[in-house]
Design a protein around this ligand. Structure first.
Ligand SMILES: Cc1cc2nc3c(=O)[nH]c(=O)nc-3n(C[C@H](O)[C@H](O)[C@H](O)COP(=O)(O)OP(=O)(O)OC[C@H]3O[C@@H](n4cnc5c(N)ncnc54)[C@H](O)[C@@H]3O)c2cc1C
Length: 355
């Protein structure tokens, strides 16, 4: 395991991906969406965000900000690639543009969208019917589309949105296991088309948090970079990022006064172990952190367990999201999550009618 640290007491100016326009700092934040019902009941497991859980359009008790208008969140936006740029050997920036970005809102620094890719040799994605009613039933409709038509749908962080230039950046991990999103990104060219749905965000710092802990792998770099860019000057953050290749490390600027970024290089294929060891061994600030954890599902699960059980961190101050699961495509995870929700609802109805 290799650990390198990047600390700065002032805004960093070292080489980094192009500075991005940050979403408005006072944008409405969405209620945290983390585990599926069954996972939430278990209390300490992680989940990949699925469309069945993700897009939310109205304010909740946890979300005192005004709700975003429903239409922009649930509208499909057809966009074209305007540029691509290799940030590191395994991270590729795809810049999208198009009139459909008009009205694109902002949700939170870690905001993400569902991206629909063209199927097979098609040049543009064939989109499912628009969302009407609940997102779970829409997701069933999407999954029922013929296999040779259904556009692969994957989740990506909005690394930057520049409304003045009508541009939006997504940063894709080019991972070795392929998958439609990674494969599409690796050969994306200006003029190629995708569609987006969203955005939605999860990052929400409790008022009493005195510092922030951000933990993730390559897939979380776009969100961590956006979070760091938007920290207030007086914020304190400790960041642990696991990568497979030392060449994937780069400077992550932040206006915050006290940020320490540690890059940890894993042994080939052993996702999560190295960063978990680093977090477990770390001398972290005392008192009340807000922890934001994202990346491979097991990494996230065990990081949360360590914080809650070993360090006594309040569960409610931990946002944890499985961004992907080793050996499983996002669609497989979505199907499993839907089946699990259906079986939980069926058990709940059976118990209700029995009592
Ligand atoms: C809220 C959210 C935000 C996300 N933001 C980003 C982002 O900004 N950038 C980004 O790159 N990813 C991000 N992800 C993760 C991304 O959605 C998944 O990695 C997705 O599975 C990639 O789709 P795919 O078609 O390439 O692979 P899939 O078809 O889903 O999977 C194919 C195979 O690849 C493996 N795999 C998937 N992702 C990885 C990975 N990162 N490393 C190694 N193996 C992998 C799977 O385990 C599977 O075996 C985000 C996920 C969520 C839930």
């Amino acid at each position: 395991m290799t650990v390198t640290a990047q600390s700065h007491a002032a805004p960093s100016t070292a080489s980094a991906p192009e500075p991005a326009d940050a979403p408005a700092p006072d944008a409405p934040s969405a209620a945290p969406t983390q585990a599926s019902p069954a996972e939430a009941a278990a209390g300490e497991t992680s989940a990949a965000v699925t469309v069945a859980e993700a897009p939310q359009t109205s304010a909740t008790q946890d979300d005192p900000h005004p709700a975003q208008p429903a239409r922009p969140q649930l509208t499909f936006r057809r966009l074209t690639v305007s540029a691509t740029r290799r940030l590191t050997p395994h991270l590729l920036r795809v810049t999208l543009t198009g009139d459909d970005l008009d009205g694109f809102g902002t949700a939170a620094p870690d905001q993400y969208v569902k991206v629909f890719f063209p199927h097979g040799d098609r040049t543009r994605p064939d989109l499912p019917p628009p969302i009407e009613g609940d997102t779970a039933s829409w997701y069933r409709t999407y999954l029922a589309m013929p296999d040779d038509v259904r556009p692969p749908m994957r989740t990506y962080t909005v690394r930057a949105f520049r409304p003045e230039q009508c541009e939006l950046d997504l940063d894709f991990v080019l991972h070795p296991d392929g998958g439609p999103a990674s494969t599409w990104a690796s050969s994306a060219r200006p003029g190629d088309e995708v569609a987006l749905m969203g955005p939605h965000g999860i990052y929400a710092v409790p008022e009493d948090a005195t510092w922030q802990l951000l933990v993730g792998d390559e897939s979380a770099i776009p969100a961590i970079a956006a979070i760091l860019e938007q920290l207030p000057r007086d914020a304190c953050a400790r960041v642990f990022i696991e990568v497979g290749d030392p060449a994937d490390r780069f400077d992550l600027p932040s206006p915050a006064a006290d940020v320490d970024v540690r890059w940890i290089v894993r042994s080939p294929g052993s996702y999560g172990d190295a960063v978990l060891d680093a977090v477990r061994a770390a001398d972290l600030p005392p008192a009340a952190p807000y922890a934001w954890l994202a990346g491979e599902a097991e990494l996230v699960k065990f990081a949360r367990r360590h914080l809650v059980r070993d360090r006594g961190v309040d569960k409610r101050a931990v946002t944890f999201t499985g961004y992907w699961r080793k050996g499983r495509s996002e669609e497989e995870i979505g199907r499993e999550s839907l089946a699990e929700s259906a079986s939980t609802s069926a058990s709940a109805s059976a118990s209700a009618s029995a009592s």
